[in-house]
Design a protein around this ligand. Structure first.
Ligand code: BGC
Length: 367
């Protein structure tokens, strides 16, 4: 009996040793996070001057770190050479994947060649990187659809489908060196152009082509200056301005400043319909105040989560999630892309979309 008990105890001991051993070696999370601690991911963002890029950077960093990666996050102050240097540094530090929201989509060809020589995979973030074969994936929101949503908002609010009009409108475009800008413009014009052609919409300035209406650097002050000029030249005689197509919030905030300075916002001279994109805090507040009509919401948490999935798949040699392999040609090749869904926000649904989802708190939107 004694011998039997000793045998049982010894067997139990053996079992527990085997179990411990197997639990450390086969537990994928502890094993891989130990390895992941040595894996550096470079995240290059364009500027801290716009709220969205701060959120994008912070979300990416937090979500990648939560998975156990090391992150080198850099902002380039909208300066192309600074961004190139930052990416060169990331390559020198031995990062394994680069996530890049470019400033000038066509300026990274040489530095990406270096990345490829070092076997580094590249994900273009939000903005496509042009003229390089070394862009492996692209993660963004459906940029054409962003423009369509803005165009449809104007169409609906003015009752254009019902044949109403003519209404006066002015058109703004984004930064000419950002590949997204033409997608936004083309998406919006796909809805608005037929109404311009049939006279339901009148662009009083006559300025409609992208090159003429584009605002360099997405600069609020430049948008404000263009709006001032338009008002002085075409609306000073009290010609009514019914709508303004603005591709994003940084331009919309400049346009609002101009409208305000020029006496809009009274019963006789109401604010025109004004579109935007990003749902920056200042712009949501402008919506609540009736100065901006809508913004397209691109939840940066969702985009960051998708990029983290892509990074993991690349590093684990798994299939990388993409849902578009046709649309985004960068001048050299079609870059396999994942397009997230944008949605519109206005004063009627912002609480549900921005507050209930935890994107903002009530305090964030205090005036
Ligand atoms: C982004 C927009 C942003 C704009 C200005 C675009 O590439 O898609 O969300 O408003 O850049 O930073």
């Amino acid at each position: 009996m004694k011998k039997f008990i000793i045998f049982i105890l010894a067997a139990a001991l053996m079992l527990s040793i085997t179990a411990c051993g197997s639990s450390t070696s086969s537990n994928p999370s502890s094993g891989s996070s130990a390895e992941k601690k040595d894996i550096l991911i470079g995240v290059a963002m364009p500027t801290q001057s716009l709220q969205r890029w701060n959120q994008d950077g912070a979300n990416l960093k937090a979500q990648l770190e939560a998975k156990g990666y090391k992150v080198d996050l850099q902002y380039a102050n909208n300066d192309v050479n600074t961004q190139i240097q930052q990416i060169e540094n990331m390559i020198l530090k031995g990062c394994k994947v680069l996530v890049i929201a470019s400033i000038d989509g066509s300026a990274l060809t040489d530095v990406l060649k270096k990345a490829a020589e070092n076997n580094i995979k590249v994900i273009a973030y939000d903005r496509l990187i042009m003229q390089s074969e070394h862009v492996d994936y692209y993660a963004t929101f459906d940029n054409f659809k962003v423009g369509v949503i803005q165009g449809q908002y104007i169409e609906e609010k003015l009752g254009l489908k019902e044949g109403k009009g003519p209404y006066n409108i002015e058109i703004f475009g984004g930064a000419p060196d950002d590949n997204n800008s033409l997608f936004f413009y083309n998406g919006a014009m796909s809805v608005l152009k037929p109404y311009i052609d049939n006279g339901q919409l009148v662009v009083v300035s006559g300025q409609t082509d992208f090159v003429t209406v584009a605002i360099p650097n997405w600069d609020s002050a430049k948008a404000q200056a263009r709006m001032d000029n338009l008002i002085t030249a075409y609306y000073a005689d009290e010609t009514r301005l019914d709508a303004i197509l603005s591709p994003n919030d940084s331009l919309a905030i400049g346009i609002v400043a101009s409208l305000k300075n020029n006496g809009y916002g009274t019963p006789d001279k109401p604010y025109p319909i004004l579109t935007g994109q990003d749902c920056d805090k200042a712009n949501v507040i402008a919506m609540i105040n009736g100065q901006q009509s809508m913004s397209v919401f691109k939840d940066t948490r969702v985009l960051a989560a998708k990029v983290v999935e892509m990074v993991e798949a690349i590093l684990e040699g798994k299939e990388v999630p993409v849902n578009d392999t046709e649309t985004y040609h960068n001048g050299v090749k079609v870059v396999p892309s994942y397009l997230c869904e944008p949605v519109y926000v206005d004063v009627n649904n912002y609480k549900e979309i921005l507050l209930d989802s935890g994107y903002y708190t009530e305090a964030d939107l205090q005036q």
